[in-house]
Design a protein around this ligand. Structure first.
Ligand code: NAD
Ligand code: TYD
Length: 349
C-alpha cells in the first residue's frame, strides 16, 4: 500500500512511519512535512535509507505542491497527521493552528477530491468533545464542545473532513484519539516535559490543582489503531481510539518522580491554563467491535519504556531543548510563575 503521510516528522507521524515500514514489507510512504518547531528529521533516522520511504519538505497549505504530489505519486491513501498540536501554544498564538489545522486540512481534502484518492484518514482528537463531567464518556455521536483554539480548529477540520464524505463521497475516515505518550514526543506536552525536567532536576510546573484527568494511550497502540481503521474502517465513519487509562496529572507526575528517583519537592504549582478542560473520557467500543483493536500497552510499562528512552537519548533532548524551545518555555512558564506570585502577594495583603 502506497501512503501519503502528512506531519510524519512529528511525534505520532514518525512513530507511524517507523512502525509501518518496520512491520509491513508492502508499505511505501511519502512523508510531507514543513518541519515546524515540532518536526524533527532525527525522529526518522531509523528509516531514512529505506527504499520504501521518501521525504518532501513542504506545507500542506500549498495547494500546487499537494496537487502535484498526488498526481505524481498516486497514493492509495492519505494519513493526515500534520497539525499545530499544542493547546498552550494555540492560546498564545492561535493563528498557526487555524492556518494548518483548518486551511491545511481543507487544501488536502480538495486535492484528494480532485485526484479521487481512495481513502483519506483524518487524525483527530478526543479534545473535540471538550471537558466531560463524570461518569460521562463520549462515543462517536457525542456533541462536539471544544474549549481551546487548538481543539476548536481540530473540531472544524474533523467536521470538514466528514463533509467531504457526505457531499463529494470522498472515502473519509476520522479517528479521535486520547492523549498519547511515548518516545520522541516534543517536551512541551505533559509527560515528556515532566520526564526531561525531572531528569535535569528542574521544577515540574503543575497547572492549577493537578487533578485534571487525561486518558493515556501509548503511541504505538494509537498507530495500530490507525492501521485498523485504514484497513477495516467504514467510509464516512468516526472511530474513537482511547487508552482506557484515566489518571489525574498529579498521579502521573508522582509516578515519573518515583521512576526517576527524584524528590516530590520538584513539583511546583503554577497558574492554571485558561479554559483548562477538567476531564477527557471516551468510549472505544466501536473500534474494538468493528476492527478488533485494543490498546496493548499498560500505562506502567509504557511509561517505563518512555522514561528509559529519554534517559538513553539525552543528545536528542539536548538538541530539542534549545533555541526556539527556550523562548517558548520562558514565555509559557515565567509568566505563569509571575502571575502566581502576584496572586499569592494579593492574597497575603
Ligand atoms: P507534533 O506537533 O509532534 O507534530 C506535528 C507535525 O506536523 C510536525 O512534524 C510538523 O512539522 C508538521 N506540520 C505542522 N504544520 C504543518 C504544515 N502546515 N504542513 C506540513 N507539516 C506540518 O504532533 P503530534 O503529537 O504528533 O500529533 C499528530 C496529530 O495527532 C495531530 O493532528 C494531533 O492533533 C493529533 N493528536 C495528537 C494527540 C497527542 O496526544 N499528541 C492526541 C490525539 C490526536
Ligand atoms: P498536554 O500534554 O498539553 O495535553 P492536553 O492539554 O492537550 O491534554 O497537557 C496534559 C495535561 O497536563 C493538561 O491537563 C494540562 C497539564 N499540564 C500541566 O499541568 N503542566 C504543564 O506544564 C503542561 C504542559 C501540561
Amino acid at each position: 500500500m502506497k501512503l501519503l503521510v502528512t506531519g510524519g516528522a512529528g511525534f505520532i507521524g514518525s512513530a507511524f512511519i517507523r512502525l509501518s515500514l518496520g512491520t509491513d514489507p508492502e508499505v511505501e510512504i511519502l512523508n510531507l512535512d514543513k518541519l515546524s518547531y515540532a518536526g524533527n528529521l532525527e525522529n526518522l533516522e531509523p528509516v531514512r535509507q529505506n527504499p520504501r520511504y521518501a521525504f518532501v519538505h513542504g506545507d500542506i497549505c500549498d495547494a500546487a505542491l499537494v496537487n502535484s504530489l498526488l498526481e505524481k505519486h498516486r497514493p492509495e491513501a492519505i494519513v493526515h497527521f500534520a497539525a499545530e498540536s499544542h493547546v498552550d501554544r494555540s492560546i498564545f498564538s492561535p493563528s498557526p493552528a487555524f492556518e494548518t489545522n483548518l486551511r491545511g486540512t481543507f487544501t488536502l481534502l480538495e486535492a484528494a477530491r480532485i485526484q479521487r484518492i481512495g481513502r483519506f484518514l483524518h487524525v483527530s482528537t478526543d479534545e473535540v468533545y471538550g471537558s466531560l463531567a463524570p461518569p460521562l464518556e463520549a462515543d462517536e455521536n457525542f456533541p462536539l464542545n471544544p474549549s481551546s483554539p487548538y481543539s476548536a480548529s481540530k473540531a472544524g477540520s474533523d467536521l470538514l473532513a466528514r463533509s467531504y464524505f457526505l457531499t463529494y463521497h470522498l472515502p473519509v475516515v476520522v479517528t479521535r484519539a486520547s492523549n498519547n505518550y511515548g518516545p520522541y514526543q516534543f517536551p512541551e506536552k505533559l509527560i515528556p516535559l515532566m520526564i526531561t525536567n525531572a531528569l535535569s532536576d528542574r521544577s515540574l510546573p503543575v497547572y492549577g490543582d493537578g487533578m485534571q484527568l487525561r486518558d493515556w494511550l501509548y503511541v504505538e497502540d494509537h498507530c495500530r489503531g490507525i492501521w485498523a481503521v485504514l484497513k477495516k474502517g467504514r467510509d464516512g465513519e468516526i472511530y474513537n481510539i482511547g487508552g482506557n487509562r484515566s489518571l489525574p496529572n498529579l498521579e502521573v507526575i508522582r509516578m515519573i518522580l518515583a521512576a526517576t528517583g527524584k524528590p516530590e519537592s520538584l513539583i511546583q504549582t503554577v497558574q492554571d491554563r485558561p479554559g483548562h478542560d477538567r476531564r477527557y473520557a471516551l468510549s472505544s467500543e466501536k473500534i474494538a467491535r468493528e476492527t478488533g483493536w485494543q490498546p496493548l500497552v499498560r500505562f506502567e510499562g509504557g511509561l517505563a519504556k518512555t522514561i528509559d528512552w529519554y534517559q538513553r537519548n539525552s543528545g536528542w533532548v539536548h538538541r530539542v531543548r534549545s533555541g526556539e524551545y527556550l523562548k517558548y518555555y520562558a514565555q509559557n512558564y515565567e509568566n505563569r510563575q509571575a502571575e502566581l506570585r502576584s496572586v499569592t502577594d494579593a492574597g497575603g495583603r
